[in-house]
Design a protein around this ligand. Sequence first.
Ligand code: NAD
Ligand code: DAU
Length: 347
Amino acid sequence: MHHLLVTGGAGFIGANFVHYMIDQYPEYHIVVYDKLTYAGRRENLDPVADRPNYTFIQGDICDAEQVRQAITTHQIDTIVNFAAETHVDRSILDPDAFVKTDVLGVSVLCEAVRALQLERFHHVSTDEVYGPIPEGTCTETDAFRPTSPYAASKASGELLALSYHITYGLPLTITRGVNTYGPYQYPEKVMPLFITNALDDLPLPLYGDGRQVRDRLHVLDHARAIDLVLHRGQAGHAYNVAADCEKTNIEVARLIVQALGKPESLIQSVTDRPAHDIRYALDTSKLQALGWQPQVDFEQGFAATIDWYCQHQPWWRPIKSGDYLAYYRRQYGEHLATLLGSTSAQD
Ligand code: NAD
Ligand code: DAU
């Protein structure tokens, strides 16, 4: 395992994973393969751009020929797949791209791993495949009950990959991670959206009553967990990844306004997300048995994340314009989008 193809490596978790792996394993060659959709940003990889063991390819995981070429050209032995459409709200507006990338794209990667006999295919999945968990925790053998088109596409991609393991012996491992936060997260996701809106004294659009619970995992811990499963996980197995740090959305919104010295009146309840899952929570005994524990304490990770968005305004300000505004208008309505548009126009 020395030549890694990291698909979706220009996105939030992928880029953080690449930064971490390049430092951790200077002897590995890391090839990022990313379509650069609206969520993928080449500049997320600027910190490693000059490393001799790093290569970037712009490519689509649905393009079988381009995937094959990337693998053979760079003598890839391992694929770590982050590539996906990832935003639940966008999947409710337009499910199509989710089915293409999160299902068809995974099938293309499985075929390539099978045909070219790679050593490992690690697929990055999500707690959302289990569906809502009002009480208790899910273990890896629990049934899938996805509720959004995003979650259903991720569940389908995973099932297809598992079928390749069972049928063809594909050397597959899977991680199912919880809600992840940290630097380089596209500001449509709740934490960067709320932080960047609060910095501009704009409303924080809280869905419904904000009582939904998510387990909040720092992206570095997510990257470490994938590294561990990649090296010590057993083929054919899935591993839950969680921080045991449950917080409601309203708690997070309040923590953000407090940290930035803004009034609570910025938090505004808006129409709830359809089929909004009330809670996710995972049992991580299986990952712990491999020696994993989350290392980033929420208070520290949260403060560092707020600080990162304060210090990296040239990263997120250009994103919050153009197509982003069109999406914002569709998702949150004319009134909230106009407020955002007037701020972006001043910058
Ligand atoms: P992201 O949206 O920030 O990044 C996704 C990346 O995939 C982007 O760089 C995008 O350009 C790329 N991509 C999309 N379609 C592609 C295609 N067809 N071919 C090649 N590249 C393509 O997502 P993220 O939050 O970093 O999530 C990464 C992975 O982790 C996803 O598979 C997601 O389902 C999973 N996950 C995310 C979280 C979370 O909280 N963010 C939690 C658990 C699991
Ligand atoms: O749980 C893992 C999942 O976490 C990943 O699989 C997804 O790729 C990732 O996007 C994330 O999904 P969520 O739906 O949990 O993330 P999001 O940031 O969109 O929302 C987090 C919570 O905040 C959720 O309960 C909805 C709420 N929310 C979100 C937005 C964007 C709001 O209240 N207001 C908002 O404007």
